[in-house]
Design a protein around this ligand. Sequence first.
Ligand SMILES: [Zn+2]
Length: 234
Amino acid sequence: MKRREEVECQICHGTFPAGEALSAEMVRPAVAALIREKHPEWSPAGYICLADLNHFRMEHVEGVLEAERGELSSLDADVMRSLRAIKLATLCALALYPLGCLVRLAASEGTAVGLALDIAGLLLVLAAIGAFAFMAPTNWQRIVGEEEGLLDERELQQRYRAQAFGYSVFAVLTMVTLIYFAIGTDIGNQKGIQVWLPGSFVHWSAFIWGAVLYAFTLPTAYLAWTVPPPPEEE
Ligand SMILES: [Zn+2]
């Protein structure tokens, strides 16, 4: 039998099977920088065993949390906004926008009730946009929108999951809408039954802005509803 390849860990100098150590090149730059502080001889050509790597990863995450806590106490009012408020904001953005559009659509022109409904619908749409503006500068939105280099590994994992979720939901909604348009057009043409279809620039722009709002809000909503809140200050 062929002997499995073994590599030497640069940190503890033990030898490990290739599966229990990682090539130094694969270590994230932020973690590598931390290792180099204590081990100046660190070489990207060598290896590190998983136990040592995990140790430095933990140290890195702790450092990031520490730094975040520092920022928090100074000026980051955004993280102080309670998770509850952000959950509520994502729900408002996602629910009030379509509701406002429907109310405006239902408002008939030329009557007092119609005008009141029209204004109510507009207010709902504005509330949805306000909710979006509220959550935009928060930590959850930062995980979605920030440059990759400025996030730690845990945040990157969260971002990938949030984006995958947002993409799936967005794709399903788009499919359902397109199928509705297709079937609605067909029924309208063949059977003469009135099916509502967007018929003006205002209708179409409501769809376009709704798509923009949903595309940006869905990943944040996922994070707000699934990720535990950042550590509270003692
Ligand atoms: Zn080691």
